[in-house]
Design a protein around this ligand. Structure first.
Ligand SMILES: Cc1ncc(COP(=O)(O)O)c(C=O)c1O
Length: 287
């Protein structure tokens, strides 16, 4: 199903959605974004996505020229036009804007704002029932002193190169290590392993995107009576894990059952993953 796009307030079908080649988002990859989805036609965890968008903007010295309420209204208008007939995928992008070929932000006083809306497409049921196979890639996650992974940046080359390698090797996803050799996250999702009933995920300090699903899972775990906490993880922790799963807005929790041709746990989605998933979905659909 084609997307409906709002470019600086002009809503059109995707084929008519255009942006200048002099936009620094295109020229230099200077921009930030958020991906949200709806449950019962309402964007889930909108406030948290806005908080992360504002933090990403601050980290690239970009002033966002709208309030949360104003952006919410633009999203609603775009969604109404899109008429997706189901739940919606919503991508919000803000770029530096159009200007001379210089890195000086004064050359680009007006950011470009793009909202893409299309139907939310879930992974196939088999992916949840059987789990997915992933690989550990040798593309290293950005060092936090380069393009900090805390920024949800439109400049996705680091993850794109890692993703290409994962695809070449037949993996559903690629797990990236940091410059110290510790596990960080997948190319489009966060990573969790389960050891002795506890769900563990690498700390933000390891250099990874602060996923909204990841963050929400700490609260879901508390309510479900399952400990969810941060811990530095290495390859062996993953290989020896009882269970593993990835998290993202569009895929919720997706079980990982094989890494680099090594079976994780029983080779089937485990009980802790399933309980967290049930609890997560209950929250999402009743939000
Ligand atoms: C690199 C990376 N890590 C993690 C995530 C998951 O974040 P969220 O749960 O906010 O969707 C994403 C989602 O796009 C991502 O691109």
């Amino acid at each position: 199903m084609p997307a409906t796009v709002n470019v600086n307030g002009r809503i059109s079908p995707e084929a008519e959605a255009v942006i200048s080649v002099f936009d620094h988002g295109f020229l230099y990859g200077e921009g930030i974004y958020e991906t949200m989805r709806t449950y019962n036609n309402r964007p889930f965890l909108f406030d948290r996505h806005m908080r992360r968008l504002r933090n990403s903007a601050r980290m690239i010295a970009l002033d966002l020229p709208f309030t949360d309420g104003e952006l919410a209204m633009q999203i609603t208008e775009t969604r109404d036009v899109a008429d997706v007939q189901g739940e919606a995928y919503i991508r919000v992008l803000v770029t530096r804007g159009i200007g001379e070929l210089t890195y000086d932000p004064h050359a680009t006083p007006t950011p470009s704002i793009v909202i893409i809306v299309k139907r939310q497409v879930d992974p196939p049921p088999e992916a949840y029932e059987r789990g997915v196979r992933v690989v550990i890639v040798d593309v290293v996650r950005n060092h936090p002193d380069t393009v900090n992974p805390l920024i949800k940046s439109n400049n996705l080359l680091n993850c794109a190169l890692a993703g290409q390698q994962a695809i070449r090797r037949g993996g559903y996803e690629g797990i990236m290590r940091n410059y110290r050799g510790e596990l960080t996250e997948c190319t489009t999702a966060n990573l969790f392993v389960v050891q002795d009933g506890t769900a563990l995920t690498p700390p933000l300090e390891c250099g990874l995107l602060p996923g909204i699903t990841r963050e929400f899972l700490f609260e879901v775990g508390t309510e479900a009576g399952i400990a969810v906490r941060e811990q530095v993880l290495r390859d062996e922790d993953l290989f020896r894990a009882d269970e593993a799963f990835l998290t993202s807005t569009t895929r919720e929790l997706l079980p990982i059952v094989n890494v680099d041709d090594r079976t994780i746990g029983s080779g089937s989605p485990g009980p802790i993953t399933k309980r967290l998933m049930e609890s997560f979905r209950k929250h999402a659909w009743s939000s």
